[in-house]
Design a protein around this ligand. Structure first.
Ligand code: UD1
Length: 343
């Protein structure tokens, strides 16, 4: 049985990936400092899989603790999710973002070298493309100057990984560039739990539907798109999690073509903010109160993935429909809020 270290494993994407790994026969060790997630997420993972993953609470910036974890366990691969990820906050406290996101990565790469772990999967973002010149965006599109320190940490991290691989021949890595992950596990035992007011669209939609928020603000309706609202590629969290299992398996079985590979994880379909509202209403039968307001600073107009490379090379494809995904987000919100089904 291979042992996978999942950093940030009590977070949104990490927890769904831990479930998929366990269900595919991997042993999972989670490290998380719980700065943006709850220990109860472990109960959710256990409820779904029947297995409680090993858990250690510490900060990956602490190199001694990272090294002692590797001394204790024989780790075959790392999936590195742990990072600060709020775009606006990163503009306010850039040094914390650089320190946290970069130092933790370096500590993990150094541990890989010292303890002979060879496989690394990195949690990257389509934010590295900025507003692409051509859509859908392929992995070959140029990386554009980051619009925020958060985005810059993703770009710098990808560069650090490539430099490390160049120098340390035992290490190989895959960067997965996520588009917009949404939804929750189909059992509603785990989902997205933003702390405070949600910054992302779908948690704001579900909280508005639940009556926790008065009104969803739609940021701008004069973009150059069909209905004037901005377009993104929303991917089901379960489908996204499955791609991590494929990526780890690819590295462990040496199916990778080069020692550093990059894949887009999206659906290939662009969906506007208004279409998200309409699909949510259709999927759940609940009206979402909204108003159109000014654009949000730093937002791009439209982006969606070219998924051909990931589909062909990984043999992976996003399969869950948008409506099913939005319904799963709503089931999770209801569970969190204890709302009985209105349907
Ligand atoms: C954001 C980040 C991105 C990060 C991702 C995951 C920015 C500019 N980008 O992506 O780098 O990787 O989150 O955390 O912040 N919207 C509304 N009303 C809302 C919230 C959002 O209309 O209350 C709109 C936005 O303008 C956008 C779309 O919904 O057009 C999606 O927004 P969001 O969920 O925040 O994701 P991104 O901005 O695409």
């Amino acid at each position: 049985m291979h042992t996978i270290l999942v950093t940030g494993g009590t977070g949104y994407i990490g927890s769904h990936t831990a479930v998929e790994l366990i269900e595919n026969g991997y042993k999972v060790i989670i490290v998380d400092n719980l700065s943006n997630s709850l220990i109860e997420v472990l109960d959710g993972i256990e409820n779904i899989t029947g297995v409680r993953p090993d858990f250690e609470k510490f900060d990956l910036c602490d190199q001694k603790k990272v090294f002692s974890l590797f001394e204790k366990h024989s780790i075959d691969a790392i999936i590195h999710f742990a990072a600060l990820k709020a775009v606006g906050e990163s503009v306010e406290i850039p040094l914390e973002y650089y320190h946290n996101n970069i130092e933790s990565l370096i500590n993990l790469l150094q541990a890989m070298q010292k303890f002979n772990t060879s496989c690394f999967v990195f949690s990257s973002s389509c934010t590295v493309y900025g507003q692409p010149d051509m859509l859908p965006v392929t992995e070959k599109a140029p990386v554009k100057k980051a619009m925020s320190p958060y985005g810059n940490t993703k770009q710098i991290s990808e560069e650090i990984i490539q430099d490390a691989i160049h120098a340390i021949s035992s290490i190989k890595a895959i960067s997965l560039r996520y588009f917009n992950p949404i939804g929750a596990h189909k059992t509603a035992f785990i989902g997205e739990s933003p702390v405070g007011v949600p910054l992302n669209l779908v948690p704001f939609v579900t909280q508005t539907a639940a009556g926790v928020r008065d009104k969803l603000k739609v940021f701008g309706n004069e973009y150059n798109t069909g209905d004037g609202t901005a377009i993104r590629d929303y991917i089901c969290i379960g489908d996204l999690a499955k791609a991590h299992v494929v990526a780890v398996d690819r590295l462990l079985k040496t199916k990778n073509k080069t020692n550093y590979e990059v894949f887009n994880l999206g659906t290939g379909k662009g969906v506007s903010v208004m279409e998200i509202i309409e699909s949510f209403e259709k999927a759940t039968g609940i009206k979402v109160n909204y108003e159109i307001v000014d654009r949000r600073e730093g937002d791009i107009e439209k982006v969606w993935a070219d998924t051909k490379y990931a589909n062909d090379e990984l043999g992976w494809k996003a399969e869950t429909s948008l409506e099913d995904t939005l319904r799963s987000a709503w089931e999770w919100e209801k569970k969190v809020r204890n709302i009985k089904s209105k349907q």
